[in-house]
Design a protein around this ligand. Sequence first.
Ligand SMILES: Cc1cc2nc3c(=O)[nH]c(=O)nc-3n(C[C@H](O)[C@H](O)[C@H](O)COP(=O)(O)OP(=O)(O)OC[C@H]3O[C@@H](n4cnc5c(N)ncnc54)[C@H](O)[C@@H]3O)c2cc1C
Length: 350
Amino acid sequence: MAARDFDAIVVGASFAGLAVARQLRGHVALIDRNEVGAVQTSACGTPLWVPEALGVADSVLQVHDRLNIRTPRRTISYDLSDVPFCTFDYRGFCQGLLAQTRARFIQAGVTGFADGAVTTTDGRFTAPIVVDCSGWRGAVVRDGAHDATSGEYSFGLETHTPLADKGLWFLLDQKLIPHGLGWIFPVGVGSLIGLGSYVGRSKLRPALDRFLRDHGLAAGSYHGTYFPNRLLRATVGRVFAVGDAAGQCFPLTAEGIRPALYFGSECGRVVQRVLDGALTLDAGLVAYARLVERYRGAYRALRVVQWLATHAPTRWFAALTALAAHRPIRPHWWPRYGWFGRLDQAPTAP
Ligand SMILES: Cc1cc2nc3c(=O)[nH]c(=O)nc-3n(C[C@H](O)[C@H](O)[C@H](O)COP(=O)(O)OP(=O)(O)OC[C@H]3O[C@@H](n4cnc5c(N)ncnc54)[C@H](O)[C@@H]3O)c2cc1C
């Protein structure tokens, strides 16, 4: 096997790519244009059980047992103590997962995919199996030809501030951000404060700066990007897609870490079975696509609630949110949501 030929190539070494790669034995390339964990795009809020189950609990920065939803007239508080959330250090989390993989990491930008070869800024790499985990742009499955204005993408922008706080906050206020939400995620030292537009509006800096000024807060560096708000295709041709590349970020809550890790682990298991000869590639593609398809109804339901959040008057949506926070409604949906994607600690690869 030539140095540039692999059993499998995973494009993107963030949540989805690392989750796939940690399931794989064999001669696997993990390609990313950045050093692993160097470029954070997320507020890194997720249930505490996620880093614990993956063996990267030392990346946790702060644990949260309250989620507060603040609207102009009221604040609704969710008790998270049965499924506490946390915020974690992106670099520590990703480097911890990288240490669990056997893949060869190659730092290069992927520029295309043709005739079974992944073309990069470092030349061509080939493999019978390719998994696109390159985020919302889909460097392989969409050849980078995304349309951010298609309505399929939300946009988020956030900055680190010195605000010390407890609990996670979502801010629902049309004056702060129409068709979107704000958030305050304490991260041990200070908080990430951000705005997200469900309609993909990307010029959020003036509104975010205004909010920080009104609260006397200084901003650190900013980061932001698009993320999908509807489930896209899990396979395109003979390529697997995972995470934001497959539209797996949850609508409404914009939680994309858990689905990327969950579907990444499942995809990795399927790919390993193909590598072991237990499945053909075509059967593997079908098995993975079927697994993702099982969740389409849940994604649709979250999109309906996202639509209500953006179109219904805020006080109506607040009333709905308050209703959902209490018995008898909460026990019906919260455990299913909070425990979605239970992950095994041990990767398949020994
Ligand atoms: C401001 C903001 C805050 C968010 N906060 C949260 C949160 O608190 N909790 C949560 O669950 N979700 C959050 N999300 C959503 C979450 O960040 C994404 O859903 C998640 O990162 C998707 O993971 P992924 O691995 O699919 O893609 P990404 O994390 O986007 O990773 C893609 C990887 O591919 C690499 N890549 C891209 N293109 C190429 C290329 N051409 N060549 C080589 N490498 C390439 C990138 O360098 C990157 O490492 C947030 C999103 C935003 C924008």
